[in-house]
Design a binder for this molecule. Structure first.
Ligand SMILES: *[C@@H]1O[C@H](CO)[C@@H](O)[C@H](O)[C@H]1NC(C)=O
Ligand SMILES: *[C@@H]1O[C@H](CO)[C@@H](O)[C@H](O)[C@H]1NC(C)=O
Ligand SMILES: *[C@@H]1O[C@H](CO)[C@@H](O)[C@H](O)[C@H]1NC(C)=O
Ligand SMILES: *[C@@H]1O[C@H](CO)[C@@H](O)[C@H](O)[C@H]1NC(C)=O
Ligand SMILES: *[C@@H]1O[C@H](CO)[C@@H](O)[C@H](O)[C@H]1NC(C)=O
Ligand SMILES: *[C@@H]1O[C@H](CO)[C@@H](O)[C@H](O)[C@H]1NC(C)=O
Ligand SMILES: *[C@@H]1O[C@H](CO)[C@@H](O)[C@H](O)[C@H]1NC(C)=O
Ligand SMILES: *[C@@H]1O[C@H](CO)[C@@H](O)[C@H](O)[C@H]1NC(C)=O
Ligand SMILES: *[C@@H]1O[C@H](CO)[C@@H](O)[C@H](O)[C@H]1NC(C)=O
Length: 466
């Protein structure tokens, strides 16, 4: 009864989810680790909690990804829970060009200044930080065996955790890489898998009727927005901040909506959360319930119903004044991420007539041209990320656990099978995006609990505790 009551209350009151506390610190890191451009440095932010640390204990380092580091710190309670068991120092590092870690302040996103944003630069920042942490918290000169660092990360942060272990095994003893789609590049994964899984999640949690309705809605949206009157109707009923004027605006609306569907599937957690945005438990189900309450055959009624259902994601708190199609989350650095996805992390994705998205083939040239228009650079080397980090050839690496929720679109590019005795995979059959990194919750399923146990045992092995 009590648990149900808490859930019900959470549905109706805006809640502050900030449960974890830290000291905020900064470290000066070189702007470029790889070229002789002088000694320019900038301030990288990191968060430290030393309350659980006992001398001799390890350091748990979260390798921050594409957003404000606080958001990841507030949604990775598992690391805290482990820290109490392992007497660990807990550190969350912010990724350069996100949150407060801006090399050129508010001018960081100019075409000239954004050039120092790459995975290699970010990994080197973390290596720098590890040395600093050794100096500050772990006293004198220490060997890895005495004061081991374990990297943690979710999503792109999970890729970075794995890559940090692969490239700098002297810096981190092992890595827990949760929902890290390291195989979503070049031809490693068929391009339709990602949207296929997203559509299945909508079918599974919201009845098949739901993904079918979404599939039919694209043509309706296209039809309605053909005329100025229709554009004005959608702009007004959906309360768009920037009203639709051109065909390009309609494309932008459709991209934004598609991204929201992906995010809903990704963070379809079984309890209310505040990651990316504030959401109720099983938001996909709630979205679909609202959409399915639409019965009429009328196009305008479907558009209205979508506008209402959408607010599960965009307006759960009831505080959203208008819908901003430029972003899907206040805390993500979507502009900088797009730059990374253009220059280095090109992930081929396509949708077919089988899934619920508007059918669109993967067209590399078009993708690259769009990148040129936006950032003045073409996607010149889509295979570089494979040459750099090994692609499917992982058997020479060691001490990495890849975990994936199979009800997560990003699991399409994840490592789902054991590679060797020390590069391991664990599935969370009913899990969403890096749910295993979240703190314990009464609604956790056995699959999630098993994955956390898997991580715990792997770390014990790396630390020689068992
Ligand atoms: C570390 O986290 C715990 C639990 O959130 C909190 O009680 C403690 O004050 C934190 N320590 C620091 C130094 O922030
Ligand atoms: C940075 O380089 C300049 C010359 O390029 C030099 O004068 C200065 O002392 C250097 N600063 C530091 C902190 O090394
Ligand atoms: C950008 O940063 C500078 C220096 O911190 C500040 O003076 C300026 O007001 C900022 N501009 C904007 C648009 O925020
Ligand atoms: C809807 O989801 C089900 C699985 O839950 C899947 O079989 C079906 O292909 C999906 N339909 C569309 C249109 O995406
Ligand atoms: C879109 O408009 C065309 C022509 O006006 C019409 O034939 C078609 O049925 C419409 N489709 C939908 C899904 O409304
Ligand atoms: C968000 O919800 C509030 C309260 O229901 C409503 O007044 C507001 O118009 C909604 N915002 C949008 C963009 O729909
Ligand atoms: C969205 O981005 C465009 C282009 O940068 C800008 O002109 C517009 O004002 C932005 N809209 C909102 C609501 O922030
Ligand atoms: C995880 O699931 C995939 C896809 O269903 C399956 O092929 C794989 O064997 C599973 N791996 C593990 C470690 O259970
Ligand atoms: C993967 O390896 C782990 C550790 O050796 C083992 O416990 C697990 O059963 C393996 N999974 C599969 C599907 O073989």
């Amino acid at each position: 009864m009590t648990v149900l009551f808490v859930f019900a209350a959470a549905l109706f009151c805006p809640i502050t989810y900030s449960t974890y506390t830290f000291e905020t610190k900064y470290i000066q890191v070189p702007l470029s680790h790889f070229s002789n451009i002088g000694n320019t440095t900038f301030k990288l932010r990191y968060l430290v909690n030393k309350s659980y640390h006992v001398k001799g204990g390890p350091v748990f380092l979260y390798t921050g990804n594409e957003g404000d580091v606080n958001m990841f710190a507030q949604n990775s309670g598992f690391i805290f829970e482990l820290a109490t068991e392992f007497n660990a120092l807990v550190v969350f590092a912010e990724h350069r060009y996100y949150g407060q870690s801006m090399p050129f302040g508010n001018k960081s996103y100019s075409l000239e200044n954004i050039r120092y944003l790459s995975t290699a630069q970010a990994l080197s920042d973390y290596v720098y930080l590890i040395e600093e942490l050794r100096r500050i918290y772990l006293a004198t000169v220490i060997s890895l065996d005495t004061y081991p660092f374990i990297a943690f990360g979710g999503s792109y942060g999970g890729m970075l955790a794995a890559w940090l272990r692969m490239k700098y095994p002297n810096s981190v003893l092992g890595a827990i890489a949760s929902s890290a789609p390291i195989w979503l590049f070049d031809d490693l994964t068929p391009c339709e898998t990602f949207y296929g899984i997203t559509s299945d999640v909508f079918g599974h949690y919201g009845t098949e009727h739901c993904n079918k309705t979404i599939q039919l809605s694209w043509e309706v949206i296209r039809n309605v927005t053909k005329t100025d009157k229709g554009k004005a109707f959608v702009s007004a009923t959906w309360k768009l901040c920037d009203h639709l004027k051109t065909a390009a605006d309609v494309d932008k609306l459709i991209d934004w909506l598609s991204n929201i569907y992906v995010n809903l599937a990704m963070i379809n957690y079984p309890y209310p959360t505040d990651f990316l945005v504030a959401l109720p438990a099983y938001p996909v189900k709630i979205f679909c319930d609202k959409l399915n309450s639409y019965k009429s055959q009328n196009s305008l009624a479907l558009v209205e119903a979508l506008g209402i259902a959408l607010q599960v994601y965009t307006n759960f708190t009831g505080e959203t004044k208008c819908h901003n199609m430029n972003i899907t989350s206040r805390d993500l650095g979507e502009y900088a991420w797009d730059y990374q996805a253009c220059t280095e992390l090109v992930m081929p994705m396509c949708s077919t007539e089988k899934d619920m998205f508007e059918t669109a083939p993967w067209e590399f040239k078009k993708y690259s041209d769009d990148c040129f228009r936006k950032f003045g650079v073409h996607s010149a080397r889509p295979d570089w990320v494979i040459l750099e980090y090994g692609g499917k050839n992982l058997r020479y690496f060691s001490n990495i656990v890849f975990s994936n929720g199979l009800m997560d679109p990003w699991s399409s590019g994840g490592v789902l099978k054991n590679v060797s005795c020390t590069v391991l995979a664990v599935n969370i059959t009913d899990g969403a995006h890096h749910i295993d990194l979240r703190g314990n919750h009464p609604a956790d399923t056995n699959y999630v609990l098993e994955a956390r146990k898997f991580h715990r045992n792997a770390i014990k092995k790396w630390l020689n505790i068992i």
